[in-house]
Design a binder for this molecule. Structure first.
Ligand SMILES: [Mg+2]
Length: 400
């Protein structure tokens, strides 16, 4: 089954996302996605990967994955090369599933569970979809019932009750971020720590221990600040502290894990099993977070999940990106024996994810349910390709 064309598309209101379609001579089309630097990834796919992929057998997923994720330069990072490889790899799995008439989770080894627990990343509707972070000011008003970033900053206790009412028993928030911005994460005062602890106090007061709470630190702090924050968080029994520092030195994260007194989650920013192996060998991570569209695709994500399992660590795939990543991650999270959570954002899957793709994974009673149909089980709506702002690029086998 020959790959005959590569297509990419991106749109202005979700400028961070790039979708990829692989066409084959069997008429099967595979869908992939990646996130951040969409234009650069698009360029890499058409100028570098096209020559490696067009004319090749789409069923040789491992061989193509190895070629794409182990280039001469750009390997072992989540840079442009790896994000391009990841999007293409996801599309190859979609093709394989469609060719076999099976959902991708079945090809990965089948269901390890009937549904996967989810936690809500309290991001609101537009966090992270174009550009960088969203800073909430006093004058900002909620844009709808699920503007959960505003909700966690204003009254996290009410937000926790709203999530529990939907059966969602875990939530992730990032009230420390704003204090890292002015000084590059090198200093945090006692008053700032006290202010950032407010949401945790309100959650515990409102719902007690019925809610699991994760803190996201977005790799914004240096080690002493991250440790000061961890010490302050200990009484609140948080589920994990995610990305407390930059993932550039496994030794620093190991020191954090030894001293923090809270469980460590890392890291969606890390790519390839080699980097995760280093974190695991040093006992620097309790929960392995990976992003299927950054780490090397579903092929590499499956290997990282298995590696984590060998080290007796759970895996929790990342979302808060785009709808195809959510779908692909759900397949992995249903399959991997050591998966513990599939991240989701209720503001996304209840609104704009639905405007872009035909099927969004169903979330019910705090769990994500198995997708139906062959392959990933979702397609970009044709209207996305036809939008006036859509930037569509195609490279055909005949053009090489
Ligand atoms: Mg994260």
């Amino acid at each position: 089954m020959k790959i005959t064309a590569l297509e990419t598309v991106r749109v202005t209101d979700h400028a961070n996302i790039l979708w990829v379609r692989l066409h084959t001579d069997a008429g099967i089309v595979g869908l992939g996605e990646t996130f951040r630097g969409a234009e650069a990834v698009e360029t890499f796919i058409h100028t570098a990967l096209a020559a490696q992929l067009l004319g090749r057998d789409a069923r040789r997923i491992d061989a193509l994955s190895k070629q794409m994720t182990e280039p001469y330069v750009g390997f072992r990072s989540s840079g442009v090369e790896m994000r391009a490889a990841s999007a293409v790899d996801i599309a190859l799995w979609d093709i394989a599933g469609k060719a076999a008439g099976l959902p991708v989770y079945q090809l990965l080894g089948g269901l390890s569970r009937d549904r996967i627990r989810t936690y809500n990343t309290c991001a609101g509707y537009s966090y992270n979809t174009s550009g960088g972070r969203r800073e909430i000011g006093a004058a900002d008003a909620a844009r709808g019932p699920y503007d959960d970033q505003i909700a966690f900053e204003r009254d996290a206790g009410v937000l926790a009750e709203s999530l529990l009412a939907e059966g969602i028993g875990a939530m992730k928030i990032w009230p420390f971020d704003r204090y890292a911005v002015p000084n590059g994460g090198t200093y945090i005062t006692g008053a700032e720590i006290a202010q950032a602890l407010r949401p945790f106090e309100l959650i515990r007061k409102a719902v007690g221990d019925r809610m699991e709470v994760m803190v996201e630190l977005h790799s914004m702090w240096d080690l002493p600040c991250a440790l000061a924050i961890a010490r302050a968080l200990r009484p609140f029994r948080i589920f994990w502290a995610e990305d407390p520092i930059k993932m550039q030195d496994a030794g620093a994260l190991q020191t954090y894990a030894e001293r923090a007194g809270v469980p460590v989650c890392a890291s969606e920013t890390v790519a390839t099993r080699a980097h995760f192996l280093e974190l695991l060998r040093r006992e620097a991570v309790d929960y392995v977070m990976l992003d299927v569209s950054w780490c090397g695709g579903l092929s590499e994500a499956k290997k990282i999940a298995t590696l984590a399992e060998t080290f007796q660590r759970p895996v929790a795939p990342h979302d808060c990106t785009g709808p195809v990543v959510f779908m692909a991650s759900t397949h992995l999270a249903l399959n991997a024996p050591n998966a513990i959570f599939q991240e989701s954002v209720r503001a996304y899957y209840s609104t704009w994810y639905r405007e872009l793709v035909s099927v969004v994974p169903r979330v019910a009673d705090g769990h994500v349910l198995p997708p139906e149909g062959a392959g990933l089980g979702t397609e970009l709506h044709p209207r996305v390709w036809q939008r006036p702002d859509a930037i569509v690029r195609r490279t055909d086998l005949g053009a090489l």
